[in-house]
Design a protein around this ligand. Structure first.
Ligand code: HEC
Length: 243
C-alpha cells in the first residue's frame, strides 16, 4: 500500500516537473536548431579553433585532453601546438583554465561552467540557441539578455560577429521574436555556420569515444554479416546427411 502511494507520488512529482519545464521553455527556441555531425571533421576543426579563440578565456573543457583532440581531428601536433594550444599548456594536458572562481564571481557574478558535458546534459540545440538569441536589454549588468538562458551573466561575446538584436514582445511582455538592429562582421548565414561549428565541437567533446565507436561499429556489423553466412553454410554441411 505504502509502496503504491509512493509510486503515485513520484509519478505526480515527475509530471509537475515536466509541465513546469515545458512552461519555462520559450517557443521561440524551436526556431534555433543545430545540425551537428561529429563525422564532419572540417566543422569540428573550425569549431575547435573558434572555441579556443572565443570561449576558452572563461570556459574549461576539463575532461578533454589536447593530444586526443589533435589525433581525433587529424590536426598535426606541430600545427596544433602553434595555433590551438589552450592557455600555453602542454599538449598532453587537459583543457583547464586559470581563472579563479573568486575573480569570476567578482567579474561576472557567476562562475563560467565547465562545458565538457553540456552538450549531453542540456543538448546541442541549447548551446546553439544560447549563442544565437542574445538581445539588447538595458536592465541587465551586461547590457544583453538571452532567450535560451534568461538573465544570463555571460556577456554577449560574439556580438561583433553577429551584430545586435532586439526583442519583440507580446502584450504580456513575453518574447515572441528577435529582430536585427545592426550588422556584425558576419552575414546571418555565416554566423549560424560558425555557431553550429562551435556546437558541433562541443557535441564531440561531450563524448570523444563516439567517433571511434562509430568506426569500429561498421567493422563489427560486417563481421556479424560475414559470420552469419559462414554459420549458415556450416549448418547446411553438418545437417545434410540427417534426414
Ligand atoms: C567573458 C567570459 C565568458 C566567455 C568568453 C564565454 N562565456 Fe559562456 N558563460 C560565462 C558565464 C559567466 C556563464 C554562466 C552564465 C549564467 O549562469 O548565467 C556562461 C554560461 C555558458 C553556457 C551555459 C551553460 C549551462 O550549463 O547552462 C554556455 C552553453 C556557454 N556559456 C557557452 C559559451 C561559448 C560557446 C562561448 C564561446 C563562444 C562562451 N560561452 C564564452 C562566461 C563566458
Amino acid at each position: 500500500m505504502i509502496k503504491n502511494i509512493l509510486v503515485v507520488f513520484i509519478v505526480f512529482l515527475a509530471t509537475v516537473n515536466l509541465a513546469y519545464s515545458a512552461a519555462q521553455k520559450n517557443e521561440l527556441l524551436l526556431e534555433y536548431k543545430s545540425t551537428t555531425s561529429i563525422n564532419n571533421k572540417a566543422s569540428l576543426q573550425r569549431g575547435a579553433k573558434y572555441f579556443v579563440n572565443y570561449c576558452s578565456g572563461c570556459h574549461s573543457l576539463k575532461y578533454m585532453r589536447m593530444s586526443t583532440l589533435a589525433e581525433d581531428l587529424d590536426i598535426d601536433e606541430a600545427i596544433f601546438s602553434k595555433n590551438l594550444l589552450f592557455n600555453n599548456k602542454k599538449i598532453g594536458e587537459t583543457m583547464t583554465i586559470s581563472m579563479k572562481e573568486k575573480d569570476a564571481i567578482e567579474w561576472f557574478n557567476a562562475v563560467p561552467p565547465d562545458l565538457s558535458l553540456t552538450a549531453r546534459s542540456k543538448g546541442a540545440d541549447y548551446i546553439f540557441s544560447k549563442l544565437n538569441t542574445y538581445y539588447e536589454d538595458d536592465l541587465t549588468a551586461t547590457g544583453y539578455n538571452n532567450i535560451a538562458l534568461p538573465n544570463t551573466s555571460m556577456p554577449n561575446v560574439l556580438a561583433n560577429l553577429q551584430g545586435e538584436q532586439k526583442v519583440i514582445i507580446d502584450s504580456n511582455s513575453y518574447p515572441i521574436g528577435l529582430e536585427k538592429v545592426s550588422n556584425g562582421s558576419l552575414s546571418d548565414v555565416e554566423y549560424k555556420q560558425l555557431t553550429n561549428d562551435i556546437t558541433n565541437f562541443l557535441v564531440y567533446v561531450s563524448e570523444p569515444a563516439k567517433l571511434k565507436r562509430y568506426s569500429i561499429g561498421i567493422w563489427v556489423l560486417m563481421f556479424i554479416f560475414i559470420f552469419t553466412i559462414i554459420a549458415y553454410f556450416t549448418k547446411k554441411e553438418f545437417w545434410k546427411d540427417v534426414k
